[in-house]
Design a protein. Structure first.
Length: 337
């Protein structure tokens, strides 16, 4: 089955907010080679023109000398009031910015259709990457005694910790650890209306989708090298650098940085901040995996992290995730919608 998907029979599609990438790659003996790729911008409506405000007419002359004008008192600019610091709920849900709706369906369809015309790639078997900002991920710990009612406990935890109506979510979960003391469950959720927008767009564009997932999960499914229990993965995709915390192979938190603000020192600092945040929960992170040809030199801002590379010989880091999407086995994707 694995070699079947390495023959270029599937295509990776990465759906960003401004661009769409498609690619086919070959994965052989742990080495990934980009074979075909193309990119298309998504049409964005221009912002509305500002409405001119008519000026008030000058006062009519009265024949009397005008009174001296007293200048207004000096007013200091107001300082925004910071909200009170709140303790995060337990379990912790990463801060996510979930869009109220995905980009309009017809614009996505137009971009996909344009790609099919300009690129010699079939989209009949595709793995689609969603923006990680659209997907909530978390790790939940339950006592072993909750096994008989585990699904109800998961639903209750999701409804209390994810800031969406539970009925509006599609939820995926997997037991990661099951011991006599505790059960660790990985959870991922996406809003139904957001996913439905992308499903409608791909259907209208005659794209056959094998699965929807995210760039970090696609890379993990394509890479078969041994991994530590907890690690950070650095991924570049469509103008973003994504630092993902994996625990027992499940993504539980992410920091997303715009590419222009994500040199290796900024990435390392984000990783160290995350490592320090989770150490109180007993999650020890000492490895940062760099997906693609990132500079892996030791960094002062990450002195305790060991840096390792995944697919270091792949030429263009920005195309790695979508290339992995085309070469992986869909059933190996841990978070799949």
């Amino acid at each position: 089955m694995f070699s079947f998907f390495n023959k270029g029979t599937s295509t990776g599609i990465s759906l960003g907010t401004k661009n769409i990438q498609i690619a086919q790659a070959q994965l052989k003996n742990g080495s990934l080679t980009l074979q075909q790729h193309s990119e298309q911008g998504i049409a964005v409506a221009p912002p509305p023109e500002p409405v001119p405000v008519p000026k008030a007419p000058p006062p009519a002359p009265t024949g009397k000398p005008s009174a001296p004008v007293t200048p207004p008192p000096s007013v200091k600019p107001s300082v925004p009031i910071k909200p009170p610091s709140l303790q995060p709920p337990t379990p912790i849900v990463p801060a996510k910015t979930v869009e109220e709706g995905a980009r309009e369906t017809d614009k996505i369809v137009a971009a996909l259709e344009a790609l099919q015309k300009t690129a010699s790639l079939s989209l009949k078997r595709s793995v689609v990457l969603l923006n990680p900002e659209l997907v909530y991920t978390q790790l939940i710990s339950f006592p072993a005694s909750s096994k008989s009612s585990l699904q109800a406990s998961i639903n209750d935890a999701v409804s209390r910790t994810i800031p969406e109506e539970f009925a509006d979510l599609i939820v995926r979960s997997k037991i990661l650890v099951d011991t006599k003391e505790q059960i660790l469950v990985g959870v991922a959720a996406i809003r139904k209306d957001v996913l439905q927008t992308y499903k409608e767009a791909t259907t209208k564009a005659k794209v056959t989708v094998l699965t929807f997932t995210t760039a970090p999960c696609a890379i993990m499914a394509a890479d078969r090298s041994p991994k530590p229990t907890s690690f950070l993965l650095v991924t570049a995709s469509l103008g973003q650098s994504i630092v993902t915390l994996f625990h027992h192979q499940w993504p539980i938190d992410e920091v997303i940085l715009p590419s222009e603000n994500s040199d290796m020192n900024a990435i390392a600092k984000a990783g160290m901040d995350m490592a320090n945040e989770y150490i109180d929960q007993g999650i020890v992170i000492d490895t940062m995996l760099l997906a693609g040809p990132f500079e892996a030199a030791p960094l002062p801002s990450a002195p305790t992290l060991t840096l390792k590379s995944i697919f270091p010989n792949f030429k263009d880091t920005s195309w790695l995730a979508v290339s992995c999407a085309s070469a992986l086995v869909p059933s190996d994707v841990i978070v799949s919608f």
